[in-house]
Design a protein around this ligand. Structure first.
Ligand code: PLP
Length: 282
């Protein structure tokens, strides 16, 4: 198949899938999601993503009506039906179907499980990317991977319109993360990245990068950093499950980073090796 969608046990091509209007996703964005890249039909860091959607669901008081092992089995079953070496697997759990009403106690039936798989492409890991900065006007629950993504959509549209690849958010001077990735800097051989508080999503790629730094002996500082530090860094890069590690060469039209290929390259190469080993790529 070219793609597949799933909704509460029903499957169909994405373009044909119909969902109930009263699913609370439609009115409130009342749900959480996760997503990962699939290579050779192996979803990358699958267990980490499964664990995170259960954590996100718990944070908004949704009790997923499926065991983790069963969720993995269902999603793998979808992945196996779609052709292609590189795929994108997306899934979400919403509070369920019920007449529109803000309070949710007794509002929904049981939580709905949605998913789709479609072909994708990896970004060039050796590319160098361009970004814009934007004031972070999202709410204070950025640690929850909720399907409420309007500010991220608006920011990404601005980046796209400026011919850029990502929008880097900041709250005043403090850099938080990007519209759909985390952002990190390297200065004097030390990797600095924002701490996992309520202002960023705890990225799974971020966690893997920190583990790689540990193995490579690259010091890590998990502390807030500023726009000035961003522009002054030896290297700047963003990370996500679909982009992996993307080196940034320009921010708001000004050249940045690109001064410590040794440290950035060591992280990028180690992550590429990890991904290839996990997915059985020669
Ligand atoms: N931050 C935000 C806001 C995101 O939407 C994402 C990914 O979707 C990330 C960070 C990166 O997370 P991960 O590495 O788990 O894909």
């Amino acid at each position: 198949m070219q793609n597949i969608a799933y909704y509460n046990g029903k499957t169909a091509p994405i373009e044909e899938m119909m969902v109930p209007m009263n699913d609370r996703a439609c009115y409130f964005g009342d749900g959480v999601y996760d997503a990962t890249c699939v290579v050779n039909h192996v979803p990358m860091a699958f267990d980490d993503h499964i664990d995170r959607i259960y954590r996100s669901a718990k944070l908004i008081d949704i009790d997923i009506p499926m065991e983790k092992a069963e969720m993995k089995r269902v999603l793998q079953g979808l992945v196996d039906q779609v052709e292609g070496d590189v795929l994108f697997l997306y899934w979400q759990v919403t509070r369920g179907v019920g007449m529109r009403s803000h309070p949710y106690a007794g509002a929904g039936e049981k939580p709905s499980i949605w998913a789709f798989v479609r072909p994708s492409a990896m970004r060039d890991p050796f590319g160098a990317y361009r970004c814009i900065t934007l004031e972070d006007t999202r709410f204070l629950h950025c640690n929850i991977k909720t399907i409420n993504l309007l500010p991220a959509v608006m920011a990404n549209q601005k980046a796209d319109a400026a011919g850029c690849d990502e929008a880097i958010f900041h709250r005043g001077e403090r850099v938080t993360e990007c519209s759909h990735s985390n952002v990190h800097i390297i200065k004097d051989g030390v990797l600095k990245t924002a701490p996992c508080d309520n202002l960023i999503l705890p990225g799974i790629t971020r966690a893997h990068i920190l583990a790689i730094c540990g193995k490579l002996g690259i010091p890590v500082v998990e502390e807030p950093f500023t726009l000035t530090e961003l522009m002054d860094a030896d290297e700047v890069f963003f990370s996500s499950s679909s982009a992996l590690t993307c080196r940034i060469r320009e921010i708001d039209g000004k050249p940045v980073g690109m001064k410590d290929e040794k440290t950035f390259g060591a992280i990028r190469d180690a992550y590429q090796r990890e991904m290839k080993a996990e997915c059985g790529v020669e």
